[in-house]
Design a protein around this ligand. Structure first.
Ligand SMILES: O=C(O)Cc1cc(O)ccc1O
Ligand SMILES: [Fe+2]
Length: 451
């Protein structure tokens, strides 16, 4: 067990034998963890008096009667209802929620952005969030928002939770620490984290500046996609998802708690750190996942399958097979298909595709889609390889080829995505993006045979 030496170091539970330090493996497991011995009641949830004078409190992430229900029992120094003032609305003008349809902004189109640049401005997780697109409606818990974050400063005596959403965090540069009620998640590029709806946390900069992408999921929680005929292994394997062990701080200091609720931000003053959960058990918890453990399955003879084969996590929408959000990963892999145009095909899709580049080069766009950059191919708008990618791939010698040093992803939603004013006017949009297709030649001349 660690003892705190500075205000931001928490007392952390010992790690169960054989697991990565500070984390417990498994997707959606029913975990139990305690940072002080005997803090977790055994065999029951609500003893008349909890050990150490702790308060028992349940955090429900699904309806009580959902199947399966997801909830966590926390044993904490104070119940979280102990805050001293009412909530005051505050303004975080760059963090938008759906519906956010700006009459001056055209969302219909193919768009691409260079990385949003750091400035001299000091930015925290809250002030550094820049919404790029929104889809659906936060009030009916349908849809999503995509954001870029630029974070240079740790939150100090400042805590946050989103009642609106589960956050999928995809770092591109820098190392962040999510000190949450349920424990600590350290996060760096090539990893992702999921922060559940309702969970209080503080974000610290371990190595800055930090830039990355966030998909805010207003709907049902992310789950592992069914693998169907692929079977019980490959793609994202459950044991590679890691939930933190319990960690707490007993810290009395005037602090601010900010809540995102129905698209608006509110804050209240509290006299202590809310990260005071000494022990917990349950299946509603934050987790992280190392994208390098994703085992891609692909074409081993001919043709290019749909990108759904690369789904890491899927958030259902209620319509079977039609996700509110799919998180899809394009990582290093071998290309071996014979007599095949190997990059993505030209296509139109009812789903809206927002992509981000974590590092390297993406096969359909060898130039222009750079690390830290994003692109949007909105509902039913045609897109596909640029002229260079098309010419290269249709004339390539089709030997086995490793796509190396490449990691891009897609937030794919069944809902159209609307650009924010920031995305349309302030972010570094590439005005000439659609020119990447304009030189595609007509090869047809009425005579048979390949050209
Ligand atoms: O548009 C894109 O680049 C994403 C994508 C990749 C792929 O392999 C197939 C379809 C698709 O939309
Ligand atoms: Fe696409």
């Amino acid at each position: 067990m660690n003892r705190p030496t500075d205000p931001h170091q928490m007392v952390q539970a010992a790690t169960p034998t054989g697991t990565t330090e500070g984390y417990m493996p498994g997707f959606g497991n029913d975990f139990e963890t305690e940072a002080l011995p005997g803090a977790l009641p055994q065999g029951m949830n609500s003893p008349q008096k909890c050990n150490y004078g702790l308060y028992g409190e349940q955090l429900s992430g699904t309806a009580f009667t959902a199947n399966p229900p997801e909830r966590t029992w926390t044993y904490r120094i104070r119940p979280s209802v102990k805050h001293s003032h009412r909530y005051t609305k505050i303004d975080l003008p760059f963090w938008k929620s759906a519906p956010n349809v700006d009459p001056d902004v055209v969302s219909l189109g193919q768009y691409r952005w260079d990385p949003v640049a750091y400035t001299d401005e000091k930015l925290t997780w809250l002030t550094g969030m820049r919404t790029m697109t929104t889809a659906g409606d936060v009030n009916t818990q349908v849809g999503m928002a995509s954001h870029i974050y630029l974070v240079t400063e740790s939150m100090v005596d400042s805590y946050f939770y989103s009642a609106d959403s589960e956050l999928l965090v995809v770092p591109q540069e820098g190392h962040l620490r999510f000190a949450t009620e349920l424990g600590i998640i350290d996060l760096e590029p090539k990893e992702i984290a999921i922060i559940p709806r309702g969970l209080v946390y503080r974000v610290e900069v371990l190595e800055g500046p930090c830039r990355g992408f966030v998909c805010e999921n207003y709907g049902q929680k992310y789950e592992l996609p069914g693998r169907g005929p692929i079977g019980a292994n490959a793609m994202a394997n459950p044991r590679d998802f890691k939930a933190p062990v319990a960690a707490f701080e007993d810290r009395e200091a005037p602090s601010t708690l900010t809540i995102k609720w129905c698209g608006q931000f509110h804050s209240t003053q509290i006299g202590q750190s809310p990260l005071d959960v000494v022990a917990w058990h349950g299946n509603y918890a934050p987790y992280k996942y190392d994208l390098r453990t994703y085992c891609p399955v692909g074409a081993i003879l001919f043709d290019h399958p749909d990108p759904s084969i690369f789904t890491v996590l899927t958030a259902p929408s209620g319509v079977p097979g039609t996700a509110n959000i799919d998180f899809v990963l394009f990582r290093e892999r071998w290309m071996v298909a014979e007599n095949t145009f190997r990059p993505p095909w030209y296509h139109k899709n009812i789903m809206s595709e927002l992509m981000g580049n974590i590092y390297g080069q993406y096969d359909a766009k060898p130039k222009g889609f750079v690390p830290g950059g994003m692109s949007l191919h909105n509902m039913m708008l045609p897109h596909g390889p640029d002229k260079t990618a098309f010419e290269g791939a249709s004339n390539a010698d089709l030997k086995a080829e490793k796509l190396d040093n490449t990691m891009s992803f897609m937030f794919e939603t069944r809902f159209p995505q609307h650009l924010t004013r920031f995305a349309a006017k302030d972010a570094p949009m590439q005005d000439d993006y659609i020119d990447c297709w304009s030189d595609i030649e007509k090869k047809f001349d009425g005579t048979p045979g390949t050209k």
